[in-house]
Design a binder for this molecule. Structure first.
Ligand code: NAD
Length: 412
């Protein structure tokens, strides 16, 4: 993550930043209502921010499909806080399983780590968790070696549906070698504090109910709309048929508005809800607004000069005339920004045991690769995608630290 303050201090323009939750956008009044949701509260905890132009980039929240017990009992994997909660829960499970006199069945349950959702989030997490066990936990708590187990549950017939068949097979084979169990065609229907209830579709099409006891449950079944976005959509008649997010046009303007743009996972522009799409959309809007700002500044100057020209005479008038011509030439040079076009660079995912899979777009074709070299490519791609040199260095230092001393398992 990149602290916003760190980005802003290098900007020339005045930017006001408030750490707050936008609870409602009133489109007609052109106001955003914000709340301070932090632990430390001051006298003012909620206020409003008026806008002329608004960019909505609030992402999405975790989809639970209304399955009972998911919100109460599982950990999600979206925010940094979620990752800290998972770390705490893993270590709690390990220590409780090692408690004196714990029964073998209970040990097995506590050390059963279940990940629901075989998209890239679930696959990457299952791989990382198994690595944590192989590289650190095994050494620190040898008595859990026989009971620790990772299971990935997916409702569809295979994991990573966005990757090519060859890489799906490679991932499934690698998981088998890493002793991660993949349970495909298994749809979770209910979650209790100690077990999940799932429905498995057998090859003959019949369904079988199953109970899977777990110690840690990580829920990674994709994205759902945030309430603030749902509420904004309800205020715009043109959004009434949109279900998954704010439908936008090719300039990322929210359909049915003139002054609201949407980017990232909360915007529906016919692209997958990935970081790659979001980052290109963000860069596009930055270019668009810069060009709008330049055009506006020049037009203002032109209007001023035209007025001055009307009252000026002689040399002064000629000078103003020349200045107007220069400005008109600059106006032409301001790059007209065309519609947003997404350029797909490929898909990349880490699958554990120092291996990654990649479907890379190359010229007009596609290169599918999986293995250790792809893992180094994955690492360098992610370091490269870090926003600042500060962050790149911090990430690399974390990797070195973890490889020398093991992962940090401290709990608050
Ligand atoms: P996803 O939507 O890609 O996958 C969720 C999976 O959960 C689906 O395969 C679905 O069939 C399964 N599922 C849903 N309900 C279920 C149930 N009740 N029981 C069992 N399985 C169930 O979600 P994601 O992995 O969180 O990814 C979200 C977005 O972020 C995607 O667009 C993804 O491409 C992107 N992403 C990309 C990367 C990467 O490129 N490395 C990493 C993380 C996320």
């Amino acid at each position: 993550m990149e602290p916003i303050r760190n980005i802003l201090r290098h900007k020339k323009a005045t930017v006001k930043y408030y750490e707050a939750e936008a609870t409602k956008v009133d489109y007609a009044k052109k106001v955003v209502y914000i709340n301070d949701e932090s632990e430390i509260k001051g006298d003012v905890m909620s206020t409003e921010v008026p806008f002329d132009m608004l960019v909505v980039g609030v992402g999405a929240e975790n989809a639970t499909f209304g399955i009972p017990g998911v919100r109460e009992h599982s950990c999600f994997l979206k925010e940094v806080g979620d990752a800290q909660q998972i770390r705490k829960r893993i270590m709690d499970c390990v220590e409780t399983a090692s408690f004196k006199g714990q029964t073998p069945d209970e040990r097995k349950r506590l050390l059963h780590m279940v990940v629901v959702g075989g998209g890239p989030t679930g696959v990457e997490f299952a791989g990382e968790l198994q690595d944590f066990f192989e590289q650190d936990l095994k050494k620190w708590v040898p008595e859990i070696v026989d009971s620790f187990h990772v299971t990935l549950v997916e409702a569809l017939p295979n994991v990573l549906p966005m990757f090519s068949k060859q890489l799906i097979d490679y991932t499934e084979k690698s998981f088998k070698e890493e002793s991660i169990t993949i349970r495909t065609k298994t749809m979770v229907k209910n979650v209790t504090d100690k077990a999940i209830e799932a429905e498995y579709t057998k090859p003959d099409g019949t369904k079988e109910k199953e109970i899977m006891p777990y110690g840690l449950l990580v829920w990674a079944t994709g994205n759902a709309l945030r309430p603030v976005v749902k509420d904004l959509m309800a205020q715009i008649p043109a959004q009434k048929d949109s279900r998954r997010g704010l439908a936008v046009n090719e300039y990322l303007v929210v359909n049915g508005t003139e002054n609201v743009w949407a980017v990232g996972d909360c915007a529906i522009a016919n692209y997958a809800p990935t970081a790659q799409v979001a980052s290109q959309e963000g860069a596009f809007l930055a270019r668009l607004f810069n060009s709008l700002a330049k055009t506006e500044t020049i037009n203002k100057e032109l209007a001023g000069l035209s007025e001055a020209q009307a009252t000026a005479a002689g040399d002064k008038r000629t000078q103003i005339f020349e200045e107007i011509k220069t400005l008109q030439r600059s106006l032409k040079r301001v790059k007209q920004i065309g519609p947003f076009e997404y350029s797909h660079q490929g898909s990349l995912a880490y699958i554990g045991h120092d291996k990654a899979v990649a479907d890379i777009s190359w010229l007009s074709g596609n290169i599918a690769s999986g293995g250790t070299i792809t893992y180094w490519f994955w690492k360098s791609a992610y370091v490269n995608m870090c926003f600042s040199w500060r962050n790149r260095l911090l990430v690399c230092m974390d990797w070195v630290k973890a490889s020398l001393f093991g992962r940090d398992v401290s709990r608050e």
